[in-house]
Design a protein around this ligand. Structure first.
Ligand code: AMP
Length: 188
């Protein structure tokens, strides 16, 4: 299963990705997690990414694309993967298509988690009080939502045209959403 998870910040991508990667026995590849791990370890990549992450901006494609290209060559991704947080704009989607076309391994599905902005703001305010992520501050959340609508949402049309898009509602209990996702992914 080669799967991409798309949705606004706070849609529950990370949580659903953990369940789906276990269900399908595929690695969960989160670009946000890789950036945060690099930041924690103080690597040059982490330091480069930090200023963009703290501001709620996308890390430049040149940095992100190389990181993903490298990650997809790891042995655990040979039989499938779940990408969470990548691609985040149409240029990244094109890079991913090129990587996979070269390997003749197309995506099985792009799963969109759909949710209203008002619910996201409420959820992320809650996450901020639990996880204290710098990029969950309210003004940064509002900016991240704008970045999502301006830059990331166009990939939904890209994948709809390609025929791989599956959309589910991301409201409700976590286990209900996982059920919904697995049902929607069907025999993929
Ligand atoms: P996330 O954990 O997916 O919400 O990502 C946290 C932050 O990491 C984002 O707000 C961006 O600053 C950065 N980031 C994660 N994935 C990408 C990506 N595909 N392209 C650019 N920046 C990204």
């Amino acid at each position: 299963m080669r799967l991409v998870l798309v949705g606004p910040p706070g849609a529950g991508k990370g949580t659903q990705a953990q369940f789906l990667s276990a269900h399908y026995s595929i690695p969960h590849i989160s670009t946000g997690d890789i950036f945060r791990a690099n930041l924690k370890a103080g690597t040059p990549l982490g330091l480069e990414a930090q200023k963009f992450m703290d501001a709620g901006e996308l890390v430049p494609d040149s940095v992100t694309n190389e990181m993903v290209k490298d990650r997809l060559t790891h042995a655990d991704a040979a039989n499938g993967f779940l990408l969470d947080g990548f691609p985040r704009n149409v240029a990244q989607a094109q890079v991913l298509s090129n990587i996979l076309n070269e390997k003749k391994l197309p995506l099985d599905a792009v799963l969109e988690l759909k949710i209203e902005d008002s619910e996201i703001i409420a959820r992320l305010n809650n996450r901020r009080s639990i996880e204290s992520r710098a990029d969950d501050a309210e003004e940064v959340i509002i900016h991240r939502l704008k970045v999502y609508h301006d830059q990331t949402a166009p990939i939904i049309d890209y994948y709809r045209t390609e025929g791989s898009l599956i959309t589910i509602s991301a409201t409700g209990a976590v286990d209900e959403i996982t059920e919904r996702a697995i049902t929607a992914l069907g025999n993929n």
